[in-house]
Design a protein around this ligand. Structure first.
Ligand code: PXL
Length: 280
């Protein structure tokens, strides 16, 4: 489906294999021009490191967006992840509304919570604003914890299909169009992803690797966006991203010292092979 220009808005964690240091190489590997808008600059991510620096770039965003408008720069896809402040979410919503080319697709990964808890930087006000961004997006990619916060649903570690159906219904009622719900597993050794839109729902189950890996949400979302923008439908993109992410965890699991992210780079050739099959 050709070469697209994608804007991704998320933080630069200088060290930590998440957000922009993951999105840029993966979207580039999918064969797309990847433009960035850093939401904040941190010395590391916030999950497991202590004493990290944090520079909020919220105040730079309106001028950057105004310059792009003046230059008539538009994007075929806009993909947002970890943001720098509650106020920033309004600016990001405006960018989604005004800088998309004709037929552009917006992707929102709420990137604010995991394992039943919000990340340290976020609070209820942030969640409330994130609901407005989710409702403005074409495709959202929450995990179960984020879906619970977005819909005011109690988080459960063990659940059944009825609980997941309720979450999906509630996500739709807050305005989400296509939902890619990650980390959905109905048994101990399996997990998977649910793709839900107005045509219904489809589930892709895959291997669960018993390790809680940092940054895999960002690896997954970036691989999904790259595949979708390359012409895959939502289900195939969800499956491709899952197969890639599982391989990145397998590539990391034996390295005890590598706790802060996944070694996705050596797996990029596999991802590129999957993307190449689209046009073959
Ligand atoms: O992977 C999500 C993420 C992105 N950016 C920062 C984070 C996290 C998760 O903790 O701390 C700064």
């Amino acid at each position: 489906m050709g070469y697209k220009r994608i804007l991704t808005i998320q933080d630069i964690s200088c060290v930590g294999q998440c957000s922009l240091t993951v999105a840029l190489p993966i979207l580039s590997a999918a064969g797309h021009e990847t433009c960035i808008l850093p939401s904040a600059v941190l010395s590391t991510h916030t999950a497991g490191f202590s004493g990290y620096t944090f520079r909020d770039l919220t105040d730079d965003i309106p001028d950057i967006a105004a310059h792009w408008k003046k230059e008539k720069i538009g994007f075929d896809g806009i993909y947002t992840g970890y943001l720098g402040s509650t106020r920033q979410i309004g600016y990001v919503r405006e960018i989604i509304g005004s800088l998309g080319n004709k037929g552009s697709v917006s992707f929102v990964d709420p990137a604010m919570a995991d394992n039943g808890k919000l990340y340290p930087a976020f609070d209820d006000e942030y969640v409330k604003e994130m609901v407005t961004l989710v409702s403005a997006a074409d495709i959202i990619l929450p995990n179960i914890t984020e879906a619970c916060f977005l819909t005011g649903t109690e988080y459960k570690e063990r659940y059944d299909e009825e609980y997941i159906d309720l979450l999906l219904k509630r996500l739709r009622s807050v305005g989400a169009k296509t939902v890619i719900l990650t980390g959905v597993g109905y048994s101990e050794d399996a997990t998977g992803v649910l793709v839900y839109d107005d045509k219904g729902k489809a589930y892709y189950q895959h291997k669960k690797i018993s390790k809680n890996s940092h940054g895999t949400g960002d690896v997954y979302a970036s691989a999904f966006v790259g595949a979708y923008m390359s012409g895959m439908n939502a289900y195939d993109a969800a499956k491709t991203a899952a197969d890639f992410t599982v391989r990145t965890i397998e590539n990391t699991i034996d390295d005890e010292g590598h706790w802060y992210g996944v070694k996705f780079e050596p797996v990029l050739p596999y991802y590129i092979e999957q993307i190449k099959k689209i046009d073959a």
